[in-house]
Design a protein around this ligand. Structure first.
Ligand SMILES: [Zn+2]
Length: 173
């Protein structure tokens, strides 16, 4: 388009076009070409601006993806650390349990395991201030008297939840 405008201008400047009609037509074409060029430059400018803003958006989103990924990586690392810590604790507690279980009479251990399976993982509960810590119910006076009268070796059971009751100095007896 520019070439055509230049060619038109050269024809005008060379003086070879003599007809006023041709001159007018060429001048009109030059004006029209200049206008189209201006319009096209506006379009190019707009496209460039849009491309620039798209590139900025891409950069922004790339940063956000990187930030989210970093957070995810951090959370994964913390989860893995917690998991290995829990695994370590599980191993330690399992060993401790094995040691304790070995010192408990077989029939009592059997009872405990049965109750534990029945009572949501808690087979024995501490008797604290006359209250069974398994079911949170307070023992009535008859039950307290029965507990008081029982020998140290007697395996006591909660009347309510049937768990093994463990007496301590804080049992309130
Ligand atoms: Zn109970």
């Amino acid at each position: 388009m520019r070439q055509r405008a230049t060619r038109d201008q050269q024809r005008l400047d060379s003086g070879t076009v003599t007809s006023p009609k041709d001159l007018e037509s060429i001048q009109r074409e030059i004006v029209s070409l200049a206008k189209r060029q201006g319009d096209l430059e506006d379009v190019v400018l707009e496209v460039m601006e849009r491309r620039e803003s798209a590139q900025e958006r891409v950069a922004e989103l790339t940063d956000r993806v990187a930030a989210v990924q970093a957070k995810a990586d951090d959370a994964t690392a913390r989860r893995d650390a917690a998991t290995s810590e829990i695994d370590g604790e599980t191993t330690t507690i399992t060993k401790e349990r094995e040691l304790v279980a070995a010192s408990v009479p077989a029939d009592l251990l059997k009872l405990y395991d049965k109750l534990r399976a029945q009572q949501g993982g808690v087979g024995a509960a501490r008797l604290y201030q006359r209250r069974c810590e398994g079911c949170r119910l307070e023992l009535n006076i008859t039950e307290v008297n029965d507990v008081k009268a029982a020998s140290r070796d007697t395996v006591l059971r909660c009347e309510n939840c049937h768990r093994i009751l463990v007496r301590t100095a804080d049992s309130g007896l």
